[in-house]
Write a protein that binds this ligand. Structure first.
Ligand SMILES: NC(=O)c1ccc[n+]([C@@H]2O[C@H](COP(=O)([O-])OP(=O)(O)OC[C@H]3O[C@@H](n4cnc5c(N)ncnc54)[C@H](OP(=O)(O)O)[C@@H]3O)[C@@H](O)[C@H]2O)c1
Length: 382
């Protein structure tokens, strides 16, 4: 039985990963980590009997220790995530949300593990370092993001040198056809038309920052230049992405919008799991494709810009967005302020250091502090 560690086990991807693990009966869970949801983590401990767990929040970790006693070792903080990654395992599912997920991913690669990567932020903030670790230590990175899983699968139809472009599909989010985005409420932004996901990624899907992060993720995962990455709006979320080869053939991966499919693909690769829930027919289904509106969704334009500017700008794009999304969820800024805040922080690029392994946390802190100041400027204008 393959041994699996699930980082971010209490989140949307984490829970669906454990569902695949439970239904397939083919894996042994050896480690789990969460941010602060100890109620769910405790249930997962009882069900999956991991060797150790970690809770990022120190107070919550202490509460959990009191609840579980000696039954399982409970770590905490950033070191806790690393301790969990260091448990002997075959696969590490990286499903922590945000840039804090980067060090566990790097450590897993250093240990030569297969990383089933949901945490796209780690490629956005440190794509060049992740690639360096892959080269140096030879771990394996299998994407979990449905678009990148689709591209990963479609690429197997030909040679990399024959790829003309990658076509990332986007549902367009809840505001694809709405013109006035200034008065969007948090509740409206949290209603995704096709996918059910965590809060941060749902807001990112509404602003199209998620697609922007995916453009950067695709660049690092598949070595494709920004001009060869195209985004098309596909409201049905059935074609998960495509690869166009130089002879004009377009290879696509299709399926229902169910994250358990790309999750199981990453766990089972190169095998496929015969699951019981993906009865899906294309009969009578519309498949539509539209060009994205770069003016209405500035996040997309910004993504191409930061990718051309380099690692530091990609880092800022991700971090400033995290701060702005949190401020929006807290009702402090408007929906349309999110890309404007990111743009303002990008203007301060020269005041931040270069992205190196040792500087990641410091940079994160500096950018987040700068972004908070920009948020405060927008806040008073509400
Ligand atoms: N959801 C999707 O369909 C989907 C699709 C593609 C890619 N992704 C990517 O997958 C990642 C996870 O997304 P999600 O939607 O599952 O997010 P989510 O539902 O918000 O869950 C995030 C998980 O990360 C945990 N966490 C947060 N900070 C942590 C820390 N410092 N240390 C350890 N655990 C921490 C949370 O724990 P607590 O809940 O206990 O605080 C939770 O388990 C993101 O990078 C997202 O972009 C998600």
């Amino acid at each position: 039985m393959k041994r699996v560690v699930v980082l971010g086990s209490t989140g949307s991807i984490g829970v669906q990963t454990l569902d695949v693990i439970k239904k397939s009966g083919r894996f042994r869970v050896v480690g789990l980590s969460a941010g602060r949801n100890i109620d769910l983590l405790e249930k997962q401990i009882l069900e999956f009997q991991p060797l150790a767990v970690s809770v990022f929040d120190e107070e919550q970790a202490e509460k959990l220790r009191r609840r579980v006693g000696n039954r399982v070792k409970v770590f905490s903080g950033d070191e806790g995530n690393i301790e969990i990654v260091e448990i002997d395992a075959d696969i590490v599912v990286a499903a922590i949300v945000g840039s804090r997920g980067v060090y566990p991913v790097l450590r897993a690669l250093e240990l030569g593990r297969r990383v089933a990567l949901a945490n796209k932020e780690s490629l956005v903030v440190a794509g060049h370092i992740v690639k360096e670790f892959l080269r140096r230590y030879g771990g394996e990175l299998i994407p979990v993001d449905s678009e990148h899983s689709a591209i990963f699968q479609a690429l197997q139809a030909g040679n990399r040198k024959d790829v003309r472009k990658i076509i990332l599909t986007a549902s367009g989010g809840p505001f694809r056809t709405r013109s006035d985005l200034d008065n969007v409420t948090v509740e409206e932004a949290l209603k995704h038309p096709t996918w059910s996901m965590g809060k941060k990624i749902t807001i990112d899907s509404a602003t199209l920052f998620n697609k922007g992060l995916e453009i950067i993720e695709a660049h690092y995962l598949f070595d494709v230049e920004p001009e060869n990455i195209e985004v098309v709006i596909h409201p049905q979320s059935i074609v998960h992405s495509m690869v166009e080869f130089k002879d004009g053939s377009i290879m696509a991966q299709l399926g229902p919008p169910d994250m358990r499919i790309p999750i199981s693909y990453a766990l089972f690769y190169p095998e496929r799991w015969m699951n019981t829930y993906s009865n899906f027919s294309l009969l009578d289904r519309k498949l539509e494709f539209y060009p994205p509106d770069f003016e209405k969704f500035p996040a997309l334009k910004l993504a191409y810009r930061v990718l051309r500017e380099g690692e530091k700008s990609c880092f800022i794009y991700s971090q400033a967005n995290e701060v702005a999304v949190r401020a929006f969820l807290e009702g402090r800024i408007k929906f349309t302020h999110i890309p404007r805040i990111v743009e303002k922080v990008l203007e301060m690029k020269d005041t931040f250091p270069e992205v190196t392994y040792d500087a990641i946390m410091k940079m994160e802190e500096m950018i987040k502090r700068a972004a908070e100041k920009v948020v405060a400027d927008f806040e008073v204008k509400l």
